[in-house]
Design a protein around this ligand. Structure first.
Ligand SMILES: *[C@@H]1O[C@H](CO)[C@@H](O)[C@H](O)[C@H]1NC(C)=O
Ligand SMILES: *[C@@H]1O[C@H](CO)[C@@H](O)[C@H](O)[C@H]1NC(C)=O
Ligand SMILES: *[C@@H]1O[C@H](CO)[C@@H](O)[C@H](O)[C@H]1NC(C)=O
Ligand SMILES: *[C@@H]1O[C@H](CO)[C@@H](O)[C@H](O)[C@H]1NC(C)=O
Ligand SMILES: *[C@@H]1O[C@H](CO)[C@@H](O)[C@H](O)[C@H]1NC(C)=O
Length: 524
């Protein structure tokens, strides 16, 4: 047997371990792995009127509980005869206690929780304690992964009781980028992505709304901007955007809105051609034109009414300034100001930062801004790494915060990056100072949209985003040193995604792979 052959065999064996684990063995099939888990070995059964109670009347919790029950049940018919069960193994409900109930969802909100599923001697209620509603939502996600419909008992069942799970995230920022400029994503598709993010405990949807190719969002201050959409129907109204934000918040997910300036903004000029340097040289945005900054101010003013996350993303990557130096009007403006093109790039980015600050936002910028003039950036900047390794290290050494998305490991559009590399990508690599480690606020996997639309986005995101989600949630010492060791558990999670209607691709292939032939979900 060749090298590939024996690796394949090990892989299949690990996947089979996952299959056994989905039955009776004592494998913990929770994804991402909680900080602390203890369990026993008895079964509990959820009563037909399994209910929810809380010390705190919250619509968000009530909705989440109902969604969770539907997720566990997955349209199975529960036709068991409950009076035939030993009543001391029947679980009647889940009681939730929130200790500081009035927190809004925001960056850094407490997401910790403690979940106790009792032993059969004292059943009746499972208990979930959390400081905030958002911690309780994470606890509900975990609870939903403990329960399943058993074809043997014909009821919703929990194995390995009693459970005690104490959990909290390692990083506060656990993101997924979607790109609605390269392809329009219909609102229901975005909502499905948000749902699936919540299953993996990701908590920031970075919405890269606009780019060179299209401008799909309504901006009331400048109503011709969305003339840059692909077509009249491939657009989002302000009310759509507000609805997406609210939908996400109910699931504990913040929406980070991005306008990428001054590059990646050609589509803005469809509605307002004076934003282009000229008709023949259409980006970056005209740095010499006051109107450019008025439009940015208008957009961010409109944003501040709907996107209430603490941060806004201002892009700043891949700026090719040649249109500024080749357009006579702008060249003269630069000359008059005594600026060369790299100084003009800095001027633009810093001015946009100040506009964002004036609307109450802190700022995220792609790493080129830091690489070119890091010491000039607002101290409220979070630098978003994408080009490669070593950047986070320099950013935090300078005292700024950082989000890690190095393209060689965490770009989902790189279909040849396997889940194992997503899993192994460690955000604080080479950063030993603890204070500096804390400045790495998290990471984000990026689903750039050139080759994804509503037809294939889910299988391109999943299961690889889940591998990164565990890296971002689970304490460092609980992560597998070798991703191979979590293959069975990841396969189990990807099958759970399929059962929940998410088109997650097989674990065994590269990005967006199809099953290679007939077989159980757990072995693919
Ligand atoms: C349900 O189970 C109880 C106790 O085993 C039994 O007495 C009863 O006849 C069963 N009912 C049905 C409809 O099977
Ligand atoms: C019901 O379950 C409890 C706890 O496991 C056990 O002590 C008891 O004997 C069981 N009762 C019956 C009737 O099986
Ligand atoms: C920058 O833009 C100019 C004009 O659009 C183009 O000719 C040139 O190739 C670009 N440079 C790079 C490095 O992409
Ligand atoms: C722009 O000017 C600055 C300050 O004089 C200088 O350091 C930099 O090298 C110049 N950049 C270019 C591209 O000419
Ligand atoms: C960590 O440091 C090593 C040695 O300097 C370097 O080769 C590697 O690229 C660095 N990794 C990251 C992610 O910065």
């Amino acid at each position: 047997m060749g090298k590939m052959g024996s690796e394949m065999l090990i892989y299949v064996l690990l996947l089979m371990a996952g299959v056994l684990a989905s039955g009776q063995s004592s494998q913990v099939n929770i994804w991402p792995m909680p900080a602390s888990v203890s369990y026993g070995h008895t079964h509990l059964y959820l009563t037909n009127d399994f209910g929810f109670s809380s010390n705190y009347g919250s619509e968000i919790l009530k909705d989440a509980f109902d969604r969770m029950l539907a997720l566990i049940k997955l349209d199975h018919v529960i036709d068991a005869n409950f009076s035939a069960f030993n009543s001391s193994s029947l679980l009647q409900g889940l009681h939730i206690v929130i200790s500081s109930p009035n927190g809004q969802l925001q960056y850094g909100v407490d997401e910790s929780y403690k979940l106790i599923v009792p032993s059969p001697e004292k059943p009746a209620y499972a208990h979930l304690e959390a400081k905030t509603v958002y911690g309780a939502l994470q606890g509900l996600q975990t609870f939903s992964q403990l329960c399943y419909f058993s074809v043997t008992s014909r009821v919703l069942q929990i194995d390995m009781s009693p459970w005690t799970i104490i959990d909290q995230p390692r990083f506060s920022y656990r993101g997924l980028l979607i790109d609605t400029s390269r392809h329009y994503l219909p609102v229901p598709v975005i909502k499905k992505v948000i749902d699936s993010m919540s299953y993996a405990k990701l908590n920031v949807m970075h919405w890269h709304i606009v780019d060179t190719q299209s401008f799909p969002l309504e901006i009331p201050s400048y109503p011709k901007l969305w003339d840059g959409a692909y077509s009249p129907s491939e657009r989002y109204t302000v009310a759509d955007a507000a609805d997406i934000v609210s939908y996400a918040q109910k699931r504990g997910i913040n929406v980070l809105a991005e306008i990428d300036v001054p590059g990646h903004a050609l589509s803005w000029g469809t509605g307002y051609p004076s934003l282009w340097p000229s008709k023949d040289c259409q980006q970056p945005l005209d740095v010499s034109n006051e109107f450019t900054f008025k439009v940015i101010d208008g957009i961010l003013s409109d944003f501040s009414k709907i996107f209430n996350f603490k941060f806004v993303h201002l892009g700043g990557d891949e700026v090719n300034t040649s249109c500024w130096t080749t357009t006579p009007r702008i060249r003269n403006w630069l000359k008059k100001r005594g600026m060369n093109e790299s100084q003009a790039y800095q001027y633009f980015v810093l001015r946009a930062q100040n506009i964002a600050l004036s609307h109450g936002y802190e700022i995220i910028n792609w790493e080129e801004t830091f690489n070119d003039f890091g010491n000039k950036l607002s101290r409220k900047t979070v630098v978003h790494n994408w080009l490669g390794g070593g950047v986070a290290q320099r950013v935090v050494a300078s005292g700024l915060r950082c989000i890690v998305s190095n393209q060689d490991k965490w770009y989902l559009d790189h279909l040849d990056t396997p889940w194992q590399e997503f899993y192994a990508n460690e955000p604080v690599t080479n950063i030993t100072n603890l204070k500096q480690q804390k400045l790495v606020i998290g990471g984000e996997v990026c689903m750039w949209g050139e080759t994804v639309d509503g037809s294939d986005i889910e299988q391109t995101i999943w299961p690889r985003a889940a591998a990164a989600a565990e890296r971002l949630w689970t304490p460092f010492d609980k992560l597998a040193k070798n991703p191979r060791d979590v293959t069975g558990r990841l396969a189990h999670f990807r099958c759970l995604l399929n059962q929940r209607g998410v088109a997650a691709a097989p674990v065994a292939g590269l990005g967006r792979a199809a099953p290679e032939g007939p077989g159980s979900c757990y072995r693919q």
